[in-house]
Design a protein around this ligand. Structure first.
Ligand SMILES: Cc1ncc(COP(=O)(O)O)c(C=O)c1O
Length: 426
Protein backbone atom coordinates (compact mmCIF):
# COMPACT_ATOMS: atom_id res chain seq x y z
CA UNK A 1 0.00 0.00 0.00
CA UNK A 2 1.32 3.41 -0.93
CA UNK A 3 1.69 6.41 1.32
CA UNK A 4 -1.30 8.05 -0.37
CA UNK A 5 -3.45 5.05 0.60
CA UNK A 6 -2.17 5.29 4.12
CA UNK A 7 -3.16 8.94 4.33
CA UNK A 8 -6.58 8.23 2.90
CA UNK A 9 -7.23 5.47 5.44
CA UNK A 10 -6.20 7.83 8.23
CA UNK A 11 -9.27 9.85 7.41
CA UNK A 12 -11.61 6.88 7.39
CA UNK A 13 -10.00 4.88 10.17
CA UNK A 14 -11.38 4.15 13.59
CA UNK A 15 -10.00 7.26 15.23
CA UNK A 16 -10.90 9.56 12.34
CA UNK A 17 -9.16 12.68 11.17
CA UNK A 18 -7.87 13.87 14.54
CA UNK A 19 -4.79 11.69 14.14
CA UNK A 20 -3.86 12.81 10.69
CA UNK A 21 -1.31 15.53 11.46
CA UNK A 22 0.56 13.42 13.97
CA UNK A 23 0.71 10.33 11.79
CA UNK A 24 1.83 12.37 8.81
CA UNK A 25 4.63 13.73 10.91
CA UNK A 26 5.45 10.22 12.00
CA UNK A 27 6.29 8.80 8.59
CA UNK A 28 9.33 10.58 7.15
CA UNK A 29 10.49 9.45 3.73
CA UNK A 30 13.69 7.98 5.14
CA UNK A 31 11.71 5.20 6.80
CA UNK A 32 9.52 2.54 5.22
CA UNK A 33 6.17 4.33 4.95
CA UNK A 34 3.82 2.56 7.34
CA UNK A 35 0.79 1.48 5.33
CA UNK A 36 -2.28 1.59 7.47
CA UNK A 37 -4.60 -1.20 6.37
CA UNK A 38 -7.78 0.09 4.80
CA UNK A 39 -9.44 -3.29 5.25
CA UNK A 40 -11.38 -4.64 8.16
CA UNK A 41 -9.53 -6.39 11.07
CA UNK A 42 -11.74 -9.45 10.51
CA UNK A 43 -9.76 -9.93 7.28
CA UNK A 44 -6.43 -11.65 8.05
CA UNK A 45 -4.67 -9.29 5.61
CA UNK A 46 -5.33 -6.40 8.02
CA UNK A 47 -2.84 -7.95 10.44
CA UNK A 48 -0.27 -8.61 7.75
CA UNK A 49 -0.42 -4.96 6.78
CA UNK A 50 -0.46 -3.79 10.37
CA UNK A 51 2.77 -5.70 10.94
CA UNK A 52 4.42 -3.22 8.55
CA UNK A 53 3.86 -0.55 11.17
CA UNK A 54 6.67 -2.08 13.24
CA UNK A 55 10.41 -2.03 12.63
CA UNK A 56 10.62 -5.26 14.64
CA UNK A 57 12.69 -7.85 12.77
CA UNK A 58 10.83 -10.74 11.19
CA UNK A 59 13.82 -13.04 11.42
CA UNK A 60 13.31 -13.68 15.09
CA UNK A 61 9.74 -14.25 16.27
CA UNK A 62 9.38 -11.96 19.26
CA UNK A 63 7.11 -13.57 21.84
CA UNK A 64 7.93 -11.66 25.01
CA UNK A 65 5.58 -8.69 25.08
CA UNK A 66 4.97 -9.51 28.75
CA UNK A 67 8.60 -8.47 29.24
CA UNK A 68 8.78 -5.60 26.79
CA UNK A 69 6.56 -4.50 23.93
CA UNK A 70 7.78 -3.63 20.45
CA UNK A 71 6.97 -0.05 19.42
CA UNK A 72 5.49 0.94 16.07
CA UNK A 73 7.12 3.53 13.84
CA UNK A 74 4.62 6.18 14.87
CA UNK A 75 5.80 5.94 18.49
CA UNK A 76 9.49 5.96 17.61
CA UNK A 77 9.10 8.86 15.22
CA UNK A 78 7.14 10.85 17.78
CA UNK A 79 9.94 10.35 20.32
CA UNK A 80 12.64 11.28 17.81
CA UNK A 81 10.66 14.22 16.45
CA UNK A 82 10.04 15.63 19.92
CA UNK A 83 13.67 15.17 20.86
CA UNK A 84 14.83 17.03 17.75
CA UNK A 85 12.27 19.79 18.29
CA UNK A 86 13.23 20.31 21.93
CA UNK A 87 16.98 20.08 21.42
CA UNK A 88 16.70 22.71 18.72
CA UNK A 89 15.49 25.21 21.29
CA UNK A 90 16.81 23.51 24.44
CA UNK A 91 13.54 23.44 26.35
CA UNK A 92 11.97 20.75 28.54
CA UNK A 93 8.65 20.90 26.69
CA UNK A 94 6.79 20.42 29.98
CA UNK A 95 3.72 22.34 28.99
CA UNK A 96 0.54 21.74 30.94
CA UNK A 97 -1.39 21.23 27.70
CA UNK A 98 1.02 18.60 26.38
CA UNK A 99 1.13 16.61 29.60
CA UNK A 100 -2.58 16.93 30.21
CA UNK A 101 -3.28 15.86 26.60
CA UNK A 102 -1.32 12.63 27.15
CA UNK A 103 -3.21 11.95 30.36
CA UNK A 104 -6.53 12.59 28.62
CA UNK A 105 -5.62 9.97 26.00
CA UNK A 106 -4.54 7.57 28.72
CA UNK A 107 -7.66 8.19 30.81
CA UNK A 108 -9.85 7.44 27.78
CA UNK A 109 -8.33 3.97 27.46
CA UNK A 110 -8.02 3.22 31.16
CA UNK A 111 -11.47 4.42 32.19
CA UNK A 112 -10.57 7.09 34.72
CA UNK A 113 -10.16 10.87 34.87
CA UNK A 114 -6.96 12.50 33.65
CA UNK A 115 -6.24 14.18 37.04
CA UNK A 116 -6.15 10.72 38.63
CA UNK A 117 -3.09 9.75 36.59
CA UNK A 118 0.60 10.36 37.20
CA UNK A 119 3.12 9.63 34.46
CA UNK A 120 5.84 7.48 35.96
CA UNK A 121 8.79 5.43 34.71
CA UNK A 122 7.33 1.95 35.00
CA UNK A 123 4.90 -0.18 37.00
CA UNK A 124 7.51 -0.78 39.67
CA UNK A 125 7.82 2.93 40.34
CA UNK A 126 4.04 3.23 40.65
CA UNK A 127 3.92 0.35 43.12
CA UNK A 128 6.75 1.91 45.15
CA UNK A 129 4.99 5.28 45.28
CA UNK A 130 1.92 3.64 46.81
CA UNK A 131 3.80 1.29 49.12
CA UNK A 132 6.04 4.05 50.44
CA UNK A 133 3.13 6.48 50.61
CA UNK A 134 1.39 4.72 53.50
CA UNK A 135 2.37 5.41 57.09
CA UNK A 136 2.86 1.85 58.32
CA UNK A 137 2.68 0.49 61.81
CA UNK A 138 4.74 -2.48 62.88
CA UNK A 139 2.64 -5.61 62.44
CA UNK A 140 0.45 -4.20 59.64
CA UNK A 141 -0.28 -7.01 57.19
CA UNK A 142 -0.12 -6.95 53.42
CA UNK A 143 -1.65 -9.70 51.28
CA UNK A 144 0.16 -10.72 48.11
CA UNK A 145 0.11 -13.82 45.93
CA UNK A 146 2.99 -16.28 45.82
CA UNK A 147 3.38 -15.52 42.10
CA UNK A 148 4.38 -11.87 42.27
CA UNK A 149 6.83 -10.30 39.88
CA UNK A 150 9.79 -8.85 41.80
CA UNK A 151 8.28 -5.40 41.17
CA UNK A 152 5.37 -6.26 43.49
CA UNK A 153 7.26 -8.37 46.00
CA UNK A 154 10.58 -6.75 46.75
CA UNK A 155 8.90 -3.43 47.55
CA UNK A 156 6.93 -5.11 50.32
CA UNK A 157 9.88 -7.19 51.48
CA UNK A 158 11.89 -4.01 51.89
CA UNK A 159 9.04 -2.52 53.95
CA UNK A 160 8.91 -5.67 56.06
CA UNK A 161 12.57 -5.08 56.82
CA UNK A 162 12.39 -1.33 57.44
CA UNK A 163 8.89 -0.92 58.93
CA UNK A 164 8.08 -4.33 60.35
CA UNK A 165 5.07 -4.99 58.14
CA UNK A 166 4.06 -8.63 57.70
CA UNK A 167 3.53 -10.25 54.31
CA UNK A 168 0.76 -12.86 53.99
CA UNK A 169 0.69 -15.01 50.86
CA UNK A 170 -1.94 -16.97 48.96
CA UNK A 171 -1.39 -19.35 46.07
CA UNK A 172 -3.31 -18.06 43.03
CA UNK A 173 -5.78 -20.58 41.58
CA UNK A 174 -5.93 -20.88 37.78
CA UNK A 175 -9.19 -22.81 38.09
CA UNK A 176 -11.58 -20.35 39.67
CA UNK A 177 -11.93 -16.61 40.22
CA UNK A 178 -14.09 -17.20 43.29
CA UNK A 179 -11.39 -19.40 44.79
CA UNK A 180 -8.87 -16.54 44.58
CA UNK A 181 -11.23 -14.19 46.37
CA UNK A 182 -11.89 -16.89 48.95
CA UNK A 183 -8.16 -17.41 49.58
CA UNK A 184 -7.68 -13.68 50.11
CA UNK A 185 -10.65 -13.50 52.47
CA UNK A 186 -9.22 -16.37 54.51
CA UNK A 187 -5.97 -14.46 55.04
CA UNK A 188 -7.71 -11.31 56.17
CA UNK A 189 -7.83 -10.26 59.79
CA UNK A 190 -7.96 -7.03 61.79
CA UNK A 191 -4.28 -6.33 61.07
CA UNK A 192 -4.73 -6.53 57.30
CA UNK A 193 -3.89 -3.10 55.96
CA UNK A 194 -3.34 -3.67 52.25
CA UNK A 195 -4.13 -6.12 49.45
CA UNK A 196 -1.72 -5.74 46.53
CA UNK A 197 -2.49 -8.16 43.71
CA UNK A 198 -1.71 -8.39 40.01
CA UNK A 199 -4.52 -7.89 37.52
CA UNK A 200 -2.79 -10.42 35.27
CA UNK A 201 -0.39 -12.78 37.03
CA UNK A 202 3.05 -12.69 35.46
CA UNK A 203 3.64 -16.45 35.71
CA UNK A 204 0.53 -18.00 34.17
CA UNK A 205 -1.27 -15.06 32.61
CA UNK A 206 -4.20 -15.66 34.98
CA UNK A 207 -6.67 -12.75 35.12
CA UNK A 208 -7.58 -12.02 38.73
CA UNK A 209 -11.09 -10.94 39.79
CA UNK A 210 -9.78 -7.52 40.76
CA UNK A 211 -13.18 -5.85 40.89
CA UNK A 212 -14.47 -8.34 43.45
CA UNK A 213 -11.21 -8.26 45.43
CA UNK A 214 -11.20 -4.46 45.60
CA UNK A 215 -14.88 -4.38 46.57
CA UNK A 216 -14.13 -6.81 49.39
CA UNK A 217 -11.12 -4.74 50.51
CA UNK A 218 -13.18 -1.57 50.58
CA UNK A 219 -15.96 -3.23 52.53
CA UNK A 220 -13.35 -4.04 55.21
CA UNK A 221 -11.54 -0.70 55.09
CA UNK A 222 -8.44 -2.38 53.64
CA UNK A 223 -6.27 -0.46 51.19
CA UNK A 224 -5.85 -2.01 47.77
CA UNK A 225 -3.41 -1.67 44.92
CA UNK A 226 -3.55 -3.46 41.58
CA UNK A 227 -0.35 -4.32 39.75
CA UNK A 228 -1.46 -3.81 36.17
CA UNK A 229 1.90 -4.24 34.48
CA UNK A 230 0.40 -6.80 32.07
CA UNK A 231 -2.90 -5.20 31.16
CA UNK A 232 -2.88 -1.76 29.54
CA UNK A 233 -3.02 -2.29 25.78
CA UNK A 234 -3.93 -5.98 26.08
CA UNK A 235 -7.63 -5.87 26.93
CA UNK A 236 -10.33 -3.34 27.73
CA UNK A 237 -11.02 -2.43 31.34
CA UNK A 238 -12.18 0.56 33.32
CA UNK A 239 -10.40 1.68 36.48
CA UNK A 240 -13.55 3.33 37.76
CA UNK A 241 -15.41 0.10 37.23
CA UNK A 242 -12.71 -1.93 39.03
CA UNK A 243 -12.98 0.50 41.92
CA UNK A 244 -9.40 0.08 43.15
CA UNK A 245 -7.63 2.63 45.35
CA UNK A 246 -4.56 2.64 43.11
CA UNK A 247 -3.38 0.92 39.92
CA UNK A 248 0.11 0.85 38.46
CA UNK A 249 0.74 -0.03 34.82
CA UNK A 250 3.42 0.07 32.16
CA UNK A 251 3.57 1.91 28.86
CA UNK A 252 6.37 -0.26 27.50
CA UNK A 253 4.62 -3.63 27.34
CA UNK A 254 1.24 -4.24 25.66
CA UNK A 255 0.76 -0.53 24.98
CA UNK A 256 3.88 -0.59 22.81
CA UNK A 257 5.03 2.78 24.10
CA UNK A 258 8.60 3.97 24.64
CA UNK A 259 10.71 2.09 27.17
CA UNK A 260 10.63 3.63 30.65
CA UNK A 261 7.05 4.81 30.60
CA UNK A 262 4.24 3.98 33.00
CA UNK A 263 1.10 5.32 34.62
CA UNK A 264 0.01 5.41 38.21
CA UNK A 265 -3.71 5.82 38.91
CA UNK A 266 -4.81 7.01 42.33
CA UNK A 267 -8.55 7.36 42.91
CA UNK A 268 -9.54 10.94 43.53
CA UNK A 269 -10.50 10.42 47.16
CA UNK A 270 -7.32 8.44 47.94
CA UNK A 271 -4.71 11.10 47.14
CA UNK A 272 -4.29 12.13 50.76
CA UNK A 273 -3.99 8.51 51.92
CA UNK A 274 -0.95 7.86 49.72
CA UNK A 275 1.46 10.63 50.71
CA UNK A 276 3.99 11.58 48.04
CA UNK A 277 7.51 10.84 49.34
CA UNK A 278 9.54 12.02 46.36
CA UNK A 279 8.50 15.59 45.64
CA UNK A 280 9.70 18.75 43.94
CA UNK A 281 8.77 20.96 41.00
CA UNK A 282 5.40 19.77 39.61
CA UNK A 283 4.32 18.06 42.87
CA UNK A 284 3.36 21.42 44.31
CA UNK A 285 -0.03 23.04 44.43
CA UNK A 286 0.64 26.30 46.20
CA UNK A 287 4.09 26.64 47.65
CA UNK A 288 6.16 29.45 49.14
CA UNK A 289 9.52 28.43 50.51
CA UNK A 290 10.28 31.68 52.30
CA UNK A 291 6.86 31.83 53.93
CA UNK A 292 7.15 28.12 54.73
CA UNK A 293 3.83 27.21 53.13
CA UNK A 294 3.29 24.23 50.94
CA UNK A 295 0.43 22.16 49.51
CA UNK A 296 0.56 19.15 47.25
CA UNK A 297 -0.92 19.44 43.82
CA UNK A 298 -4.59 18.41 44.14
CA UNK A 299 -4.21 15.89 41.29
CA UNK A 300 -2.00 12.82 40.88
CA UNK A 301 0.60 15.19 39.52
CA UNK A 302 1.68 15.38 43.17
CA UNK A 303 3.55 12.11 42.53
CA UNK A 304 5.57 13.66 39.69
CA UNK A 305 8.64 15.74 40.33
CA UNK A 306 11.59 17.29 38.56
CA UNK A 307 12.62 17.30 34.93
CA UNK A 308 11.33 14.40 32.87
CA UNK A 309 11.74 13.22 29.29
CA UNK A 310 9.07 14.89 27.20
CA UNK A 311 10.03 12.87 24.11
CA UNK A 312 9.22 9.63 25.97
CA UNK A 313 5.95 11.04 27.19
CA UNK A 314 5.00 12.28 23.74
CA UNK A 315 5.77 8.78 22.42
CA UNK A 316 3.52 7.33 25.10
CA UNK A 317 0.73 9.64 23.90
CA UNK A 318 1.26 8.33 20.36
CA UNK A 319 1.10 4.75 21.67
CA UNK A 320 -2.27 5.44 23.27
CA UNK A 321 -3.52 6.85 19.99
CA UNK A 322 -2.15 3.88 18.07
CA UNK A 323 -3.94 1.42 20.36
CA UNK A 324 -7.17 3.41 20.27
CA UNK A 325 -7.01 3.65 16.51
CA UNK A 326 -7.00 -0.14 16.14
CA UNK A 327 -9.45 -0.43 19.02
CA UNK A 328 -8.66 -2.15 22.29
CA UNK A 329 -11.49 -4.68 21.85
CA UNK A 330 -10.08 -5.60 18.43
CA UNK A 331 -6.58 -5.99 19.90
CA UNK A 332 -7.91 -8.21 22.66
CA UNK A 333 -9.78 -10.39 20.20
CA UNK A 334 -6.64 -10.83 18.11
CA UNK A 335 -4.33 -11.48 21.07
CA UNK A 336 -6.73 -14.06 22.47
CA UNK A 337 -7.19 -15.77 19.11
CA UNK A 338 -3.41 -16.22 18.92
CA UNK A 339 -3.02 -17.35 22.52
CA UNK A 340 -5.95 -19.77 22.47
CA UNK A 341 -4.61 -21.30 19.25
CA UNK A 342 -1.26 -21.69 20.97
CA UNK A 343 -2.70 -23.14 24.18
CA UNK A 344 -4.86 -25.64 22.29
CA UNK A 345 -1.84 -26.71 20.21
CA UNK A 346 0.36 -27.10 23.29
CA UNK A 347 -2.29 -29.13 25.13
CA UNK A 348 -2.31 -31.60 22.24
CA UNK A 349 1.44 -32.29 22.50
CA UNK A 350 2.45 -35.30 24.63
CA UNK A 351 4.34 -34.49 27.85
CA UNK A 352 3.35 -30.82 27.71
CA UNK A 353 1.46 -29.26 30.62
CA UNK A 354 -0.12 -25.86 30.11
CA UNK A 355 -0.16 -23.89 33.37
CA UNK A 356 -2.32 -21.04 32.08
CA UNK A 357 -6.04 -21.18 32.88
CA UNK A 358 -8.35 -23.15 30.61
CA UNK A 359 -11.38 -21.01 31.38
CA UNK A 360 -11.51 -18.21 28.77
CA UNK A 361 -12.80 -15.85 31.47
CA UNK A 362 -9.48 -16.23 33.31
CA UNK A 363 -7.09 -16.30 30.33
CA UNK A 364 -4.91 -13.56 28.93
CA UNK A 365 -2.53 -13.29 26.01
CA UNK A 366 0.28 -15.02 27.91
CA UNK A 367 0.52 -18.80 27.78
CA UNK A 368 2.81 -20.70 30.10
CA UNK A 369 3.79 -24.34 29.81
CA UNK A 370 6.23 -26.97 30.90
CA UNK A 371 7.54 -30.10 29.22
CA UNK A 372 7.56 -33.06 31.58
CA UNK A 373 10.64 -34.62 29.98
CA UNK A 374 12.72 -31.52 29.46
CA UNK A 375 13.82 -28.63 31.73
CA UNK A 376 12.28 -25.37 30.57
CA UNK A 377 15.64 -23.71 30.12
CA UNK A 378 16.59 -26.50 27.73
CA UNK A 379 13.38 -26.20 25.75
CA UNK A 380 13.87 -22.44 25.70
CA UNK A 381 17.37 -22.99 24.30
CA UNK A 382 15.99 -25.20 21.56
CA UNK A 383 13.33 -22.63 20.70
CA UNK A 384 15.95 -19.88 20.68
CA UNK A 385 17.92 -21.91 18.13
CA UNK A 386 14.78 -21.72 16.00
CA UNK A 387 14.76 -17.94 16.38
CA UNK A 388 11.87 -17.83 18.83
CA UNK A 389 12.18 -15.36 21.72
CA UNK A 390 10.35 -16.67 24.79
CA UNK A 391 10.56 -15.91 28.53
CA UNK A 392 11.39 -18.36 31.27
CA UNK A 393 9.19 -18.25 34.36
CA UNK A 394 10.69 -18.91 37.77
CA UNK A 395 8.44 -16.84 40.02
CA UNK A 396 6.26 -18.77 42.46
CA UNK A 397 8.67 -21.70 42.40
CA UNK A 398 7.82 -22.44 38.78
CA UNK A 399 10.22 -23.57 36.09
CA UNK A 400 8.23 -22.97 32.94
CA UNK A 401 8.20 -21.05 29.69
CA UNK A 402 5.92 -18.14 28.83
CA UNK A 403 4.80 -17.11 25.35
CA UNK A 404 3.20 -13.69 24.84
CA UNK A 405 1.13 -13.16 21.72
CA UNK A 406 0.41 -9.60 20.62
CA UNK A 407 -0.77 -7.87 17.46
CA UNK A 408 2.61 -8.06 15.70
CA UNK A 409 2.70 -11.83 16.15
CA UNK A 410 1.22 -14.17 13.57
CA UNK A 411 -0.43 -17.57 13.47
CA UNK A 412 2.60 -18.68 11.50
CA UNK A 413 4.82 -17.75 14.46
CA UNK A 414 2.52 -19.64 16.80
CA UNK A 415 2.87 -22.68 14.52
CA UNK A 416 6.64 -22.29 14.68
CA UNK A 417 6.46 -22.47 18.49
CA UNK A 418 4.28 -25.59 18.29
CA UNK A 419 6.63 -27.20 15.76
CA UNK A 420 9.59 -26.38 18.00
CA UNK A 421 7.94 -27.92 21.07
CA UNK A 422 6.81 -31.00 19.11
CA UNK A 423 10.33 -31.46 17.81
CA UNK A 424 11.95 -30.92 21.22
CA UNK A 425 14.82 -33.36 21.77
CA UNK A 426 14.82 -35.05 25.15
C1 LIG B 1 3.02 -8.48 37.14
C2 LIG B 1 4.21 -7.57 36.91
N1 LIG B 1 4.43 -6.55 37.76
C3 LIG B 1 5.44 -5.68 37.60
C4 LIG B 1 6.31 -5.80 36.53
C5 LIG B 1 7.38 -4.79 36.37
O1 LIG B 1 7.06 -3.90 35.34
P1 LIG B 1 7.99 -2.64 35.05
O2 LIG B 1 9.26 -3.19 34.48
O3 LIG B 1 7.22 -1.81 34.09
O4 LIG B 1 8.24 -1.99 36.33
C6 LIG B 1 6.12 -6.85 35.61
C7 LIG B 1 7.03 -7.00 34.48
O5 LIG B 1 7.10 -7.98 33.80
C8 LIG B 1 5.06 -7.76 35.82
O6 LIG B 1 4.82 -8.78 35.00
Amino acid sequence: MKRSDFLRTCCTGIAGTALLPQLMHAAPDALPAPAWPSIDPSDERFWTLLRDQFPLTRERAYLNTGGLGASPYVVLETVKGKMDELEHICETGHTDEALHGIKVNAAGLLGCDAPELALVRNTTEGINIIAQGVTWKKGDEVILSTHEHVGNSMTWMALARSQGIVIRLFEPSTASAAENLERIMTLTNRRTRMISIPHVVTTTGLRMPVKEICAFARSRGILNLVDGAQTAGMFPFSLHDIGCDAYATSGHKWLMGPKETGMLYVRKDMMDTFTPRFVGAYSDGGYDFLKGTMAFNPTAQRYEYGTVSMPLRAGLGAAFQFVQRIGIATIWERDRALSSHLAAGLRAIPHVRVHSPEDPALCSAMTTFEHDRLPSLEIQKQLTERNLRTRSVNEGGMAALRISTHIYNTFEEVERVLDGVRAAKF
